[in-house]
Design a protein around this ligand. Structure first.
Ligand code: BDR
Ligand code: CA
Length: 320
């Protein structure tokens, strides 16, 4: 069993990833921590609570950061044209969903959960890395106690998706991401190199809806339609399942090819948020990549197998 804290900014592809985690038999979801990104922190937290309510998820929703790790940094507007005004594809999420977030702060929840179960907790972070960086700053000892950190973010051998250099989750808080990558804990980075290859067609999403036959899967289908329209100009048909790829890594790492090396994030300038790895074993002159922990990036993916795994997990629970 994998004990997982899901750090997220729902977000359409975040929603699919959450349903995957909720339904996968080898995942024990300890908590859902929210961060700003696809929408404001108020909206991503409200959306997480809405999904918790609609999908009957036991894990608490814990509100996290609403601004960057460095408070005075230039901040970027939520991409409403991708995830909708409400962050969930304009399906009309009510302002008040009738249930409330856990009173703790997300980064404290993360610290407490890791300390309570040394060596057992996996962090899966699919939004900006702010909550993780805050947790490390407050309690650096958690680095030695966490099982692993799997993140969706970054772009190594491919372009970014916000700028030619940077991917959205990293671009939204580059300093936080640099803290996370350079800390002495095991990080696996599932970036655009592999997620852009992992496209679920609308037909496959409809198959999930029909095979599951549940209101959960219908909601997932409905909230994804706006996002699919956005991606029409970028992929032939369907949705890029960025965040689900990171969740699949937790249960099926064998579906990914990886490369080890230290990672730094460009902070500032025209390449703000760019992720660069120094592959282990490659010779360079002295650089800012030296004497740091080696982390893992994903360089290849068996996309059909990943999509099948997502399908199978979601349809495995049929009742509402
Ligand atoms: C990432 O940015 C967000 O829009 C998505 O939810 C995903 O986590 C992709 O770059
Ligand atoms: Ca996300």
């Amino acid at each position: 069993m994998h004990k997982v804290i899901f750090d997220t900014d729902p977000g359409v592809d975040d929603a699919m990833a959450l349903l995957f985690l909720h339904h996968h038999p080898q995942i024990d979801l300890l908590g859902i921590t929210t961060v700003f990104g696809n929408a404001t922190i108020e909206t991503t937290t409200r959306n997480a609570l809405y999904l918790k309510r609609e999908w009957k998820i036991d894990a608490p929703v814990v509100r996290g950061a609403g601004e960057t790790f460095l408070p005075n940094r230039v901040s970027h507007e939520p991409p409403k044209y991708i995830h909708g005004d409400d962050g969930l594809g304009n399906i009309g999420v009510p302002d008040d969903v009738g249930i409330h977030a856990d009173p703790r702060l997300a980064h404290r929840f993360i610290i407490e959960a890791i300390k309570a179960d040394p060596g057992e907790v996996t962090l899966v972070a699919v939004g900006r890395m702010t909550n993780l960086a805050l947790a490390l700053r407050e309690a650096p000892e958690i680095a030695k106690l966490v099982k692993q950190v799997v993140i969706m973010g970054g772009a190594f051998e491919v372009n970014g998706n916000v700028t030619p250099a940077a991917e959205a989750n990293i671009h939204g808080d580059p300093e936080a991401a640099d803290v996370v990558f350079t800390a002495d804990w095991p990080v696996v980075v599932v970036g655009l190199d592999v997620t852009m290859q992992t496209v679920m067609t609308n037909g496959q999403l409809a198959d999930i809806r029909d095979a599951a036959g549940s209101s959960r899967a219908r909601l997932l289908f409905d909230l994804s339609q706006f996002y699919i329209q956005f991606y029409q100009s970028r992929v032939p048909d369907g949705m890029v399942v960025h965040d689900s790829c990171a969740c699949v890594y937790v249960v099926a790492p064998e579906l990914f090819e990886t490369r080890k090396g230290t990672i730094r994030v460009v902070c500032g300038g025209i390449a703000d948020g760019q992720t660069i790895q120094k592959p282990d074993g490659r010779g360079f002159g002295p650089s800012e990549w030296d004497n740091l922990p080696s982390q893992t990036i994903c360089t290849g993916i068996d996309a059909p197998a990943v999509l099948k795994l997502i399908h199978d997990a979601i349809v495995s629970v049929k009742e509402d």
